[in-house]
Write a protein that binds this ligand. Sequence first.
Ligand code: PEP
Ligand code: MG
Length: 572
Amino acid sequence: MSETQTPTNTKERYLSGISVSSGIVFGKVCIIDHFDDLSDQYSNEFAGIDVEKQRLKNAYSSVKKEYKNALKIVSKNEKETVNILKSEMMILEDDFFLRQIHKNIEKKINAENSVINEFLKIETKLRQAKEPAIREKYFEFENIKNKILNNLQNLNLQKQIENNSIVIAHSISPIEVVQLKRRKVKAIITELGGITSHFVILARSYKIPTIIGVSNATELIKNNDLVIVNAIDSEIIINPTEEEIKLYKKKITEIKEKHKLLLNLKDQPTKTKDDYSVNLFCNINNDEDIEESIKLNSGGLGLVRTETLVMKYSKLPSVEEQFKNYIDIAEKLYPKQVIFRAFDLGSDKYLDDILTKEENPALGLRGIRYLLKNKELFANQLKAILMASKLKNVKLMLPMISSICEVRKTKELINLVKAELISKGIEFDDKLPIGIMIETPAAAIIADEFAQIVDFFSIGTNDLVQYVLAADRTNEQLSEYFNQVHISILRIIQQVANAGKKHNIPVAICGELARYSKMTEIFIGLGINELSVAPSSYLEIKQKILSINYQDAVRYTNSIINNEENYDFIKY
Ligand code: PEP
Ligand code: MG
């Protein structure tokens, strides 16, 4: 096939979705044909109770074999992947569930329909769950169901995938991501998929550019089509023109060159042109991020989201498990700072078996509220963090703070834990710095009072924007309301920065807004002296800081801060 093909003459050559793992690639399409119980014609033919049971048994055992093989492929260090696969395997090992499918077969329903009936019952319940984390469980059942149905229909994924292709599918399961990685697929495009679904997490950690939520992708894109997947701007071009290919090849080269150039910056001090130092840190979601931040020679870690350990272990980790993780990070980063944020459980994060259902979880028992209601769990985490603080490069940060008494109560608990550690002769940093996230309007409004009782602030713009603008951060339909550069947000940042300055404590921004380089100058002008961003944005922000003049930034910011129209250009 020639490199270019005749472009399809419709607007549908351009598709869009949600980029969940970034990168730009160009290649040939391979559509994965899953058995689709909603639209496929499947037969009602019934071959007899024994035959149907045997077919089901064969399908179950091949799927189990696939999972066992996948577990052999992934390394033991890939704990998240192992846990995801094991969690799906548990569905296959549920005897009660299997017996229910058998009962259907005994009513003379064939194996396919019996599987669909039973999965539908549980999937309907999961889909109706209010908590996103429980709704995400739906995907695990969907993955297993599709695997079994594919087997019953002899649709073998391994045979369908072509090496180095761009895979398009209605949905993808985590085990398939492992298989796709082996086949070196260049990109993944799916019609379904939640931003936080397990397959997305794996695709991201394997650095496979991925765009999800592309409506009708499996119909609009054909096998062997050439496509450009721009998983930076969430754009797909089907059968691009020569011109478009040239443009994208140029873009890919530019990105590579830019990254190489940026890497040269990694050992330079992070200062503006006129010598104003800005501390630039990394936000950490997983082990890969830690390794990345070390490679980048980052200034340290500005936000370790410890609640991701709950996902890593598929349960609340014990004190020992937590300590092992925390000390490992503190040692790897030493002598640079590591800010561990106490578990921010609740709202859209890791609800599954731990939290009770709430009508309004974003305004519910989350972050510090949950921790103070579950003192034993909180004390265990404080113990593990204190034990890891013996190197004296560790700091503790509290999420979702809205009242002074939450800090007081936490300090009381810390004192109790310290007393226990002293009595056992366990070493820790007695001066462990304690800071708070500024992510509720209440905390921002009384920042002046907070600044007198804590050691640092970190502004969590993701939640702050959600609560100030009353716009759910997880609701795609509200994206125009979720305006992170609304004038109210910039004024709040300024007010918090001033409170920090007055009481001489550092003020960082660790929300997503920190990674927009168009905002860096304004943040510096507002008096922010620390930023914490995902490792993927680190060098770009560093480059921006090096190009700024502090005095100019202050003048520029003062001239625009009071008029929202002045920074319309920042909207993205
Ligand atoms: C934030 O709210 O901006 C933040 C950094 O915390 P998270 O995204 O983990 O809620
Ligand atoms: Mg937050």
